[in-house]
Design a protein around this ligand. Structure first.
Ligand code: F6R
Length: 250
């Protein structure tokens, strides 16, 4: 794994956005894997600014989001579809037909998961997957478990994740209890992975995930086995892992 320490959230966002920008400059028809949450917001803001300035062209690119709540549709402000429209898609020129997110209102979950995997394959796979990391080590909604779940699937959310996500809902009871998520194999098949992590409160899980045992109890730990994974984090998030990282960043 490659580790890049940033000074703060803004610097982390700059570095991550530049890596994503480099991808689209090098390969205009690339396929992004995208995430929601607080971590990527700064990077999305920069990509939107660079698009507005005419620096980036997304017209040939595609994107697959990691996950979506089951039961929420595009009009629900808490849905990940809504988040992506609001924070990125409405501000860049990626074609609507090229923007993929699992359908939270799908009637047949198994068919929806199979459709999503086939759509990723149909675009030739993901070139660069952007990830955040949950307080419990989840990536996407792959929660700590006894096994790594492989492909896109419907999952029950853990109490820790429901608690963390309740900040976006009026009441805790409104937080969906299930979500669609890419599986670990879906994520590991991405040609590159870029994980961003911010804040002291993530320092401990970052150390467990990237320097502890590879275990489905800490789903992000699987990224230690990815051939091209980069972690960009700010000083708070890197406060415990800094001592493990050599001068080359590896
Ligand atoms: C979001 C996702 C989640 C988040 C993680 C970190 O699409 O899949 O795994 O990346 O929960 O969230 P933040 O960035 O809000 O701390």
């Amino acid at each position: 794994m490659r580790f890049i320490e940033a000074v703060d959230y803004e610097d982390m966002s700059q570095k991550a956005a530049r890596i994503l920008a480099a991808q689209i400059i090098m390969e205009p028809d690339c396929v992004f894997g995208l995430a929601t949450g607080d971590s990527p917001l700064g990077a999305y803001r920069l990509l939107a600014e660079w698009r507005a300035a005419g620096v980036l062209d997304f017209s040939r690119a595609s994107a697959f989001n990691l996950d979506e709540y089951r039961g929420l549709g595009p009009d629900s402000p808490q849905s990940y579809r809504f988040f992506m429209e609001e924070n990125l898609f409405s501000k860049i020129n990626m074609l609507e037909a090229n923007r993929f997110i699992p359908d939270g209102l799908a009637g047949d979950p198994d068919a929806e998961c199979a459709r999503y995997e086939a759509a990723i394959d149909g675009r030739g796979g993901i070139d660069i997957q952007l990830l955040g990391i949950g307080n419990n080590g989840h990536i996407g909604f792959n929660e700590p478990s006894d096994e790594f779940k492989t492909d896109t699937h419907l999952t029950d959310l853990t109490k820790s994740t429901i608690d963390a996500n309740s900040r976006f809902f009026e009441q805790r009871a409104d937080v969906p209890v299930q979500a669609y998520t890419m599986g670990i194999r879906t994520i590991m098949r991405a040609r590159k992975v870029l994980l961003i992590v911010s804040g002291e409160r993530k320092a401990e899980i970052a150390e467990r995930a990237f320097f502890g045992a590879v275990t489905p109890q800490v789903p992000a730990s699987i990224l230690q086995l990815h051939g091209d994974a980069t972690v960009v984090g700010d000083a708070g998030a890197f406060s415990l892992i800094r001592r493990h990282i050599g001068r080359t960043g590896n």
